[in-house]
Ligand binder design. Structure first.
Ligand code: ATP
Length: 238
């Protein structure tokens, strides 16, 4: 079966600094894959490289087997890839609804098609229905994260890239947000979830990749990987 998304010897640099050293991964339709690793391992860089936010070789990223590396982010949205970026990056000073409408317009312009609407998003995160006119900066961190996820979903992704969506949130809120992920997958959306919390990453994914200093050091089925193996791959101890 062709992977919906795959990377092949993915290399990324910031000027002279090399952040990724030949990363091979694959993601199948409807699958959830977690990407773990210490600070600076290259996880955000990996997502940004896929999304076209960093220059990479054409053949290094493929969608349904077709090379798309280096495609501009707006075009990637049109091809069905959306990102929930680290730090959320919402448009402050704009209401919840206006933030979400930006995504609807963006998806429309990019030609992305799918079943996500504001009404469906409100069923997924009911609190957003009560806050439509509220400026995003006055929401709690968890509510802002829901807007960020909603904004990505309204891009109608087949592949959703989530960058540390639990960061800085209370455990109860994290549970609430992670509880929404299976519902998103039920639509056939595959996802890559970058997560610092290893237990959370394991429980939310079918398969897992661990990265260290720009390289994949471990991969396998999340339910089968031992804590010991993760510890070694995470810290590079032998
Ligand atoms: P974190 O959990 O801290 O976000 P990460 O695994 O996502 O870590 P990246 O943010 O991808 O790691 O960073 C990988 C490496 O690239 C780090 O050494 C980081 O310092 C470097 N890096 C990231 N962004 C830039 C940039 N804009 N310019 C230069 N170097 C960068």
């Amino acid at each position: 079966m062709t992977a919906v998304l795959s990377t092949h010897g993915l290399v990324a640099r910031y000027g002279d600094f090399q952040a990724l050293y030949g990363v091979d991964t694959e993601l199948h339709a409807g699958e959830s894959v977690a990407l773990i690793g210490a600070n600076g391992a290259g996880k955000s860089t990996f997502l940004r490289a896929i999304m076209g936010l960093l220059p990479v070789g054409r053949d290094m990223v493929r969608l349904d087997g077709a090379p798309v590396g280096g495609t501009r982010p707006n075009e990637m949205v049109g091809k069905g890839v959306a990102i929930v970026p680290e730090g959320r990056r919402l448009f402050t000073g704009m209401s919840v609804e206006d933030n979400l409408r930006v995504a609807i317009d963006r998806a429309g312009r990019a030609g992305a098609r799918g079943g996500w609407t504001l009404a469906r998003l409100h069923r997924l995160f009911p609190i957003l229905a009560e806050k439509t006119k509220v400026p995003v900066q006055s929401l709690s961190g968890g509510q802002q994260q829901m807007v960020a996820i909603g904004r990505a979903l309204l891009c109608q992704p087949r592949v959703l890239l989530c960058d540390e969506i639990s960061l800085g949130l209370a455990p109860k809120v994290i549970r609430e947000i992670y509880a929404a992920l299976p519902e998103i997958r039920a639509e056939g959306t595959a996802m890559i979830v970058v997560e610092q919390d290893v237990g959370l990453a394991q429980s939310a994914s079918d398969r897992l990749y661990c990265m260290l200093e720009g390289r994949v050091t471990l991969t396998g089925r999340s339910a089968e990987i031992t804590r010991e193996a993760i510890g070694e791959a995470y810290f590079g101890v032998r």
